[in-house]
Design a protein around this ligand. Structure first.
Ligand code: 5AD
Ligand code: FES
Length: 364
């Protein structure tokens, strides 16, 4: 361990406490986040890696991301595919297109397909159900993760009954006032959170998350995010830096930092040791080795893109997104090499969460 010089003992003690009991008060979270130093971060990352190795070894799970529509009825102020962005070139993949992405992905060793899209009414519940059934018929050994936004309890139930295994819906920010500064009035923090509780109740492996460094975000908001995540006890948590998009109202806002994103990843790993934690594309976008650093801070999942290359550059939630010109096979190989370079291995496995007690508790 390097000198304790810039590592105040009271903060080190908070990290140790996190490792033991995983209970910090809001004030303690704030102190930890605002008082962080690079030495403290290194200490945190070494504990986070230990915890990750205990449960998941040096395996890195891959998820094949299929961005199947960039039509969206919502108008989130930060997002490049918001409905008011008239410059976005809109596309939808057909069921056949999606199935051929799955085929290519399966051959490359993917055993989870993440169907992500804007909130697009064209894809009715019936269409989504049919798609899930067809993928499951062809690839019964694969998991399906949906990431298609806020739906009713009934819709979530139908997708689950059709065979969907997991659902990603970031809560974005727990704090209602902060939420209202990032979203139009039609969207509320309370409804977002209700959706997450519904997903858990139905029995999905549920994923939440937030952007680091979103406009107006304070350490207090991050503290509230950590407390909410602790209470929700999700199977997955996706976090990445906010990155501005030139055609949104937040075009001139500063992006989130690599440093704070890594620190939050480390804290999440300690708070929820078995969580599935991706090193996100946004992290790889703000730093050339962002995803490797994310893995070294405690992450254990990467999500390369399986979407056809001709639509990749149209699914731009933020500027300068990486991997928009690469074939699925190239991304797969590139990530494998990146992971090997830091002593980790991409594995062909469904990679289900080990945190299953919390699903069963609720679903009983
Ligand atoms: N920067 C970073 N992440 C973004 N997302 C949306 N827009 C941006 C942006 N400008 C994230 C949101 C959303 C997820 C799919 O992508 O957190 O939930
Ligand atoms: Fe896509 Fe590296 S992961 S090119």
């Amino acid at each position: 361990m390097r000198s304790n010089f810039t590592m105040p003992d009271n903060l080190k003690h908070l990290i140790d406490k996190l490792n033991d009991t995983r209970q910090l008060t809001k004030d303690e979270w704030i102190r930890l986040i605002t008082g962080r130093t690079s030495d403290l971060a290194e200490y945190l990352f070494s504990l986070a890696r230990e915890e990750r190795h205990r449960h998941y070894g040096h395996d890195v799970y891959i998820r094949g991301l299929i961005e199947f529509t960039n039509y969206c009825r919502n108008d989130c102020l930060y997002c490049g595919i918001r409905k008011s962005n008239s410059h976005a070139r809109r596309y939808r993949l057909s069921e056949e297109d999606i199935l051929s992405c799955c085929k290519a992905g399966y051959e490359l060793g993917f055993r989870t397909f993440v169907l992500q899209g804007g909130e697009d009414a064209y894809y009715t519940d019936e269409k989504i159900v049919c798609l899930i059934r067809r993928i499951k018929e062809r690839y019964p050994d694969c998991a399906i993760t949906l990431s298609i936004g806020e739906k009713t309890f009934d819709s979530y139930q139908k997708f689950f009954d059709a065979g969907a295994d997991r659902y990603l819906l970031r809560h974005e920010t727990y704090n209602a006032e902060h939420y209202s500064r990032l979203h139009p009035p039609s969207l509320t923090a309370a409804h977002r959170q209700e959706c997450l509780w519904n997903l858990k109740e139905i029995g999905y492996q549920a994923g939440t998350g937030f952007m680091v460094g979103s406009p107006y975000q304070t350490p207090e908001h991050l503290a509230e995010d950590m407390l909410f995540i602790k209470k929700l006890n999700p199977q997955m948590v996706g976090i990445g830096p906010f990155i501005s998009h030139h055609d949104t109202p937040f075009a001139d806002q500063e992006s989130g930092t690599l440093e704070l994103t890594l620190f939050m990843l480390g804290l999440l790993r300690l708070m929820l040791p078995k969580v599935l934690l991706p090193a996100t594309t946004a992290l790889g976008t703000i730093h050339p080795r962002g995803r490797e650093l994310g893995i070294l801070a405690g992450a254990n999942v990467v999500m390369p893109n399986l979407s056809p290359t001709d639509v990749r550059k149209d699914y731009l939630l933020y500027d300068n997104k990486i991997c928009t010109g690469d074939e699925a096979a190239e991304c797969r190989k590139c990530l494998e090499e990146r992971m090997e370079s830091i002593g980790y291995h991409v594995v062909t496995a469904r990679g289900d969460s080990l945190n299953i007690e919390s699903i069963q508790n609720i679903a009983q």
